[in-house]
Design a protein around this ligand. Structure first.
Ligand code: B12
Length: 215
């Protein structure tokens, strides 16, 4: 039964069926399906749409349709993740955003949701965030961890720019930086001096929990 709901969610995303996918997400919650598995099924499906776009089998309106459908299901699943995982006291302060020039938002929404559920005080700066704005937010919020997302090969360099600016401002040692996003690899993370990298939102939040535990 549960597997069927994940398959149906993926199928609704591929049909860009905004109403149907929201109903299925509600059904998944009602039937106590695992919201993380539901998100995983949607992530796999939207990546398949992305792959077809790369091969020119689908076009930009398809990406937009798939993203719109995904964003109809996500808030319902996120609410369930936060509801079942939320803790009262903050275990650390986390600032996250997608770097300048990049408007992909679904990945940071997932990381933010899981971080809230894990007990972090989360400040999601959104998309297209300039290096200065990341650095200012780290100072203002006294962030323990900064998360940077980049989905485009073209915007990966912005992650380095943020880390360099933290160094210039003399606050690099005060904050741990974790990076992620479709284009990112561990080698790239090492090359720009990031503290952490994860290809997945749950993996990233697990790393964050370990960091605050050991500090
Ligand atoms: C949906 C989508 C869009 C939507 C975005 C809507 C939105 N609100 O986000 C729209 C239609 C707007 C869009 C636009 C574009 N897109 Co687009 N898009 C995608 C698509 C299909 C899915 C992205 C997504 O949301 N995935 C689902 C989420 C959950 O996955 P994710 O973001 O990777 O996040 C996961 C992990 O990476 C990780 N993670 C992410 N961030 C972080 C951060 C931290 C700190 C951590 C720890 C982990 C982490 O956690 C998440 C879950 O586990 C991808 C294909 C793909 N394979 O990703 C292309 C893709 C990213 N897009 C691409 C392109 C080319 C574009 C455009 C340039 C198209 C165009 N010609 O205009 C524009 C770029 C505009 C811009 N300046 O940013 C290319 C990028 C190629 C490249 N390497 O540079 C891709 C790979 C498609 C392709 N195969 O060609 N896109």
């Amino acid at each position: 039964m549960a597997n069927e709901i994940y398959e149906n969610l993926a199928a609704a995303l591929k049909k860009y069926d905004k109403e149907g996918i929201a109903d299925l997400a509600k059904k998944a919650v009602e039937e106590k399906a695992d919201p993380l598995k539901a998100m995983d099924a949607l992530t796999v499906a939207i990546r398949e749409v992305g792959d077809a776009f790369e091969k020119e089998e689908l076009w930009l309106p398809d990406l937009i349709g798939a993203a719109a459908a995904m964003q109809c299901a996500m808030p319902i699943l996120e609410e369930e993740i936060v509801r079942t995982g939320s803790t009262k006291t903050s275990i650390g302060t986390f600032v996250i955003g997608t770097v300048f020039g990049d408007i992909h938002s679904i990945g940071i929404t997932m990381v933010s949701t899981l971080a809230i559920a894990a007990g972090f005080d989360v400040h999601n700066l959104g998309i297209n965030v300039k290096a200065e704005d990341f650095v200012n937010a780290v100072k203002e919020k006294k962030a323990d961890i900064l998360g940077l997302s980049a989905l485009l090969t073209l915007t990966m360099a912005e992650q380095k720019k943020v880390i360099d600016l933290l160094k210039e401002e003399g606050i690099r040692e005060q904050v741990k930086v974790i990076i992620g996003g479709g284009a990112i690899t561990q080698d790239f993370a090492d090359s720009i001096g990031a503290d952490g990298y994860s290809p997945t939102a749950p993996g990233g939040v697990e790393w964050m929990r370990e960091i605050v535990k050991s500090s």
